[in-house]
Design a protein around this ligand. Sequence first.
Ligand code: NAP
Length: 250
Amino acid sequence: MTVTHRIAVVTGSGRGIGAETAKQLAQHGAKVVVSDVTMALTEETVHAIQEAGGEAIGVAADVSQRSQVEALFSTAMERFGRVDILVNNAGIIRDNLVYKMTDEDFDAVLNVHLKGTFLCSQAAQKVMVPNQYGRIINFSSTSALGNRGQVNYSAAKAGIQGMTKTLSYELGRYGITCNAVAPGFIETDMTRATAARMGVDFEALKAAAAKEAAVLRVGVPADVAHAVLFFAADESSFITGQVLYVKGGA
Ligand code: NAP
């Protein structure tokens, strides 16, 4: 899986799956723009990459804000001269049953996941098209197929699958592929927050999710990062418009 000397932007990479993806890209020789809502959030990932001998910079950007996304790509271009890989990982959850879902929580989730993926992909294609090369990897979820308490999140994650297909059709002629990963239960702060919301012990929630999986365990960020790297590789130029479920056969 070759990503050597490629320039990668990973959104929401201060922690969780994004942080692990940024680290794995760097381990394989990519130079990484670690982006998250605040600069402070990016520091741990940048430090870990540099400690391991890799190259990374931190850039603060809220993916739901056009001006911040444009500034993110300007900084990446100033520092590295191009962007080859975009990982649209940033995400939030604001779970609630439909009868209690507020406009604010619906809009917040749609704005970060769906609009954020659109804004970052739009900014990325602008700098990728002139180079006739690009890899865009979006984050869907098994929740795209529906999940109780996630009327906002499931709609956003299903929308991302449609957006992925459309981007693949529009951008393929410029050497740009667009694919999505759709994780199942992955052990991160996001699933910890879900356990807290449900009022259940995190270990108990994990055990229940593990029972549902063919491999009898829940996922860890490295499982998803590995799938992202597959799509991000130079060798994956004939794979586009795909959604890869990373869910241990659940
Ligand atoms: P996480 O640990 O909560 O990390 C998400 C990161 O995104 C955080 O650093 C967060 O910053 C950042 N973020 C939130 N809003 C942002 C914004 N507006 N702009 C930029 N960054 C923002 O979550 P995760 O579990 O690693 O999830 C990563 C991706 O995988 C998400 O797209 C999620 O929907 C998807 N996913 C996760 C699972 C799972 O089981 N964990 C399953 C399916 C799909 P803050 O710290 O400020 O919030």
